[in-house]
Ligand binder design. Structure first.
Ligand SMILES: NC(=O)c1ccc[n+]([C@@H]2O[C@H](COP(=O)([O-])OP(=O)(O)OC[C@H]3O[C@@H](n4cnc5c(N)ncnc54)[C@H](O)[C@@H]3O)[C@@H](O)[C@H]2O)c1
Length: 386
């Protein structure tokens, strides 16, 4: 089995190391911050102790896996790695410097991958003299629990590199989807309206956070409402992803961030981790009570769902991924109750198109422009799946 290298031992790097080691690989982990490396080691030991206590794994198996994860103090130790996954700070210049350095260490056939959420794979690869062996392998947080992994070839990635990585990841018990190297890949692009449209509905005074969350859970079947989810992800992370996707898509109004979330970000009301976000988690305030009005709830749910379907349709139209991969990405990457394109077939593309084009006409904003594919399919009464 090939040796795996993980660079960065923060939340993602530690999780990826755990996944690779659990799949039977020997894993090397490097972080430029020695404390982060120590923290990751202690964290992984605690994870396996819990798994042993819960009888999910034997003590012997846990010890073996932990023995297979080696924390190293320099990148030079990565010379025998067949696949290196980088999960360091989300900064293009820093990532490019690490990839350029890595190229001088590993062998010619090693695959170099980045776990970036929002940077272009192609731009990271451009720092290498062999960009054809660089690709994106995008895990979701927490990596050991979230089943989805997006595989993203850059424009220079060789097909055999991509398929070799896919074969390796195929043994890691993950659901693999392939995405084009475009901002946000599949999940972080298609999911934008779940947050953005919910905030818009709130900003216009149609409903409060609790009512919108209630509608999406109770009537839509989502595990969490948009505001609860943003507070869990962190408004710092969620806002930054929105702003990055919007900027990288040349300020397309569809992805425009909201002032409401920006202010929370500025106030460091990141959500659960800071004790306050859209909601107050300090326990000093009673949680707001939703207005359980089914008619209002249904309007909210349908408006957000149709905006999500419009986005999924546009992703299909732009060939960012196949219909199956788009649906799998949203159910396995963000726990949506159904694939959005399957859902569209169920409620009817005619209804989705009518609702989105009504918003477009009413507001006169490009944010609501219907996907041309949605328009054509609705007009010809087609479904995504037969
Ligand atoms: N957190 C998420 O939800 C999430 C999900 C998917 C992908 N990602 C991506 O994964 C990457 C890591 O995110 P994270 O949340 O684990 O970050 P993190 O801040 O928890 O960890 C990053 C680690 O990288 C280390 N580091 C920074 N520069 C380094 C360098 N030059 N060499 C070696 N180590 C270095 C830091 O010391 C830190 O320990 C980012 O690209 C992020 O966009 C994050």
């Amino acid at each position: 089995m090939i040796l795996i290298g993980v660079i960065g031992s923060g939340a993602m790097g530690s999780g990826i190391a755990q996944v690779a080691a659990t799949a039977g690989h020997e894993v090397l982990v490097f972080d430029s911050n020695a404390q982060a490396l120590e923290k990751s080691k202690a964290g992984l030991e605690a994870v396996y102790l819990r798994l042993v206590e819960k009888q999910k794994i034997s003590r012997e198996a846990a010890d073996l896996i932990l023995k297979h994860i080696r924390f190293v103090s320099g990148l030079d130790e990565f010379k025998d790695c067949g696949l290196v996954i980088e999960a360091i700070v989300e900064n293009l210049a820093v990532k490019q410097a690490v990839f350029a350095q890595l190229e001088g260490i590993v062998t010619a056939d090693a695959i170099l991958a980045t776990n970036t959420s929002s940077l272009s794979i192609t731009s990271i690869a451009s720092a290498c003299s062999k960009p054809e062996r660089v690709m994106g392998i995008h895990f979701f947080n927490p990596a050991p629990l979230m089943p989805l992994v997006e595989l993203i070839p850059g424009i220079a990635t060789r097909a055999e590199v991509f398929f070799k990585a896919k074969d390796i990841l195929g043994t890691w018990k993950k659901e693999l989807v392939t995405a084009k190297d475009t901002p946000g890949f599949i999940v972080n692009r298609v999911a934008r309206p779940f947050y953005g449209e919910a905030i818009r509905i709130y900003e216009e005074g149609f409903a409060d956070f609790a009512t919108i969350d209630w509608a999406m859970k109770e009537l839509g079947g989502f595990k969490m409402g948009p505001f609860e989810l943003m507070d869990m992800i962190g408004n710092d992370i969620n806002y930054t992803v929105t702003e990055t996707v919007w900027t990288q898509l040349f300020f397309d109004p569809r992805y425009k961030p909201s002032i409401t979330q920006k202010r929370l970000f500025e106030a460091k009301r990141f959500g659960k981790k800071t004790g306050q976000g859209y909601y107050n988690y300090s326990g000093s305030e009673a949680l707001p009570v939703p207005k359980k009005n089914n008619e209002l709830g249904n309007d909210i749910f349908l408006r957000i769902l149709c905006m999500l379907i419009n986005e999924a349709t546009e992703a299909l139209h732009l060939k960012i991924a196949t219909r199956e991969d788009i649906d799998q990405a949203m159910t396995k990457g963000v726990n949506y109750p159904k694939g959005l394109l399957k859902w569209a077939d169920e409620i009817g593309l005619g209804l989705v198109y009518k609702l989105v084009s009504h918003l477009h006409q009413e507001y006169g904003e490009d944010r609501y422009r219907p996907s041309i594919l949605l328009k054509n399919m609705a007009r010809t009464e087609q479904n995504f799946y037969q």
